[in-house]
Write a protein that binds this ligand. Structure first.
Ligand SMILES: [Zn+2]
Length: 88
């Protein structure tokens, strides 16, 4: 089995970036000790599974945040329009 991601040293991370990318995507497990993520729990020293359910929840939360963001932008546009009217 490959070396645990948790035991990589600073230099190794930079030297193995492409390997790191393939190890960490898709993120299926997280290390409960040092918060690293990996596609397989074998790469972590204290792995906890990132279930598809929790991922879905995260995506839902993100969508909600996006909606809020759009509303904020719309409000800004309205403000700009109001300002223009005043200038005329
Ligand atoms: Zn770890």
């Amino acid at each position: 089995m490959a070396k645990s991601l948790c035991k990589w040293r600073r230099g190794e991370v930079e030297a193995n970036l492409s390997a790191l990318a393939s190890i960490t995507t898709p993120p299926r497990a997280a290390c409960s000790k040092c918060a690293r993520v990996a596609s397989e729990k074998g790469y972590l020293c204290r792995p906890v599974p990132l279930t598809s359910e929790s991922t879905k929840k995260a995506q839902k939360a993100k969508k909600k945040a996006d909606k809020k963001d759009k509303k904020g932008k719309k409000a800004n546009k309205e403000k700009k329009k109001a300002k223009k009217r005043k200038e005329k």
